[in-house]
Design a protein around this ligand. Structure first.
Ligand SMILES: NC(=O)c1ccc[n+]([C@@H]2O[C@H](COP(=O)([O-])OP(=O)(O)OC[C@H]3O[C@@H](n4cnc5c(N)ncnc54)[C@H](O)[C@@H]3O)[C@@H](O)[C@H]2O)c1
Length: 353
């Protein structure tokens, strides 16, 4: 199947290079890049230099019968109109996250695809991040650090909000829609339990009209507490992940999968030696020593290469179910909207989501 990319910016060109590599694996369900369309002539020119055909308009793609699918990688506010037009043209669709600006708009977009009978998939690629899969492995299997009861998931950059449209509310800018959408999707894939309450704070360090960071605390019905942090003002990062279990603690330091697990062997150490701490003395905060704990390596999980494209192409061929379900995508929007309300009104939202 041939696929055309609409929006040849950062992510569109990243997809183009990934698709080239996917093709090299001689997949059972191929996706061959037909070309791109970008409203900016400079980006069309860049595609030409990359040896990629630049369509003169989106209409040209709709009319091209050799194109079976499109991948929409434009700014967030321009996804819906392309999903509608692509559906009407009978093209299968991959749309970048966040597909929409609201749950209502996302639901309408699914409606266009369902009416046209085309496959509509959201690029929630971070479900295949090795760091996430490794923490999910720890969460799913109590033999690592026992029952996990608290998780902290952080991404911390020091570059502010990049580019232009990401700073504008009307274009779906802000870090909750940009990164929150990934971390919340991961959270809901990990903790399979209803949310009982949440509290969120947005930051506006750089004085933009949209949030340049957010901090979301969630309580689940199964007792798990989950913290999501997105920062763009941080030059010294905290770990990407920290998971607390009844038998130990796990840290995934970064996307490079550095970190480890400390398993507790003696829960209550009666022989804690106190330490000097600042201008005082403490036993409570003294680090565990000796054979009361053991250090273990992370139970690393690697994602299947190109799993997202493979599944999309197989779904288009009617051979597999789409991996990213409509109900899952809409639930992420419900959480983001509740978080925005919490941040705006400075309240805890007590709703089952
Ligand atoms: N899944 C991920 O990991 C990931 C990572 C980065 C970005 N994204 C998503 O990809 C999308 C694009 O982000 P980006 O960082 O590539 O932005 P970008 O600004 O780098 O690129 C957007 C491109 O779209 C083009 N464009 C704008 N309006 C258009 C229109 N009407 N028709 C055709 N082209 C148009 C622009 O000229 C630009 O080249 C966003 O939805 C973003 O959230 C996803």
């Amino acid at each position: 199947m041939k696929i055309a990319i609409i929006g040849y910016g950062g992510m569109g060109s990243y997809h183009a290079s990934l698709l080239k590599n996917y093709a090299k694996t001689s997949p059972e369900y191929p996706l061959e890049l037909a070309g791109i369309y970008d409203i900016d002539p400079a980006r069309a020119e860049a595609a030409g230099k990359d040896g990629i055909r630049a369509y003169a308009s989106a209409e040209e793609i709709w009319k091209d019968k050799t194109v079976g699918a499109v991948l929409i990688a434009t700014p967030n506010d321009i996804h819906a109109e392309y999903v509608k037009a692509a559906s009407e043209a009978g093209k299968n669709i991959i749309c970048e996250k966040p597909i929409a600006l609201t749950e209502k708009q996302a639901e309408e977009m699914y409606g266009y695809a369902e009416k046209a009978g085309v496959v509509f998939e959201v690029h929630q690629n971070r479900r295949w991040d090795d760091d996430f899969l490794t923490v999910k492995n720890i969460y799913d299997h109590a033999e690592h650090i026992g029952e996990v009861y608290r998780i902290e998931s952080r991404v911390m950059g020091g570059n502010g909000i990049p580019g232009d449209w990401r700073k504008k509310e009307a274009q779906g800018g802000g870090m909750m829609l940009d990164w929150g959408v990934h971390l919340i999707d991961q959270m809901l894939q990990m903790v399979k339990s209803p949310i009982l309450s949440l509290y969120c704070e947005y930051s506006y360090i750089y004085g933009e009209e949209v949030d340049d960071g957010c901090r979301l605390s969630v309580k689940f019905e199964n007792g798990v507490e989950y913290l999501v942090v997105v920062a763009t003002d941080c030059f010294r990062s905290l770990p990407r992940w920290q998971a607390y279990g009844t038998e130990g603690t796990a840290t995934v330091q970064d996307w490079d999968l550095s970190g480890g697990m400390t398993r507790v062997l003696v829960k209550h150490d009666d022989n804690i030696a106190g330490i000097r701490a600042g201008n005082g003395f403490t036993r409570t905060m003294a680090p565990r020593v000796g054979n009361t704990v053991e250090q273990k390596t992370l139970p690393v999980v690697h994602a299947e290469p190109f799993a997202f494209y493979k599944n999309f192409a197989a779904a288009c061929a009617g051979k597999e179910e789409r991996r990213i379900k409509k109900e899952e995508v809409l639930r992420v929007f419900r959480v983001m909207e509740a978080a925005a309300r919490s941040a705006r009104e400075n309240i805890v939202i007590k709703e089952r989501i």
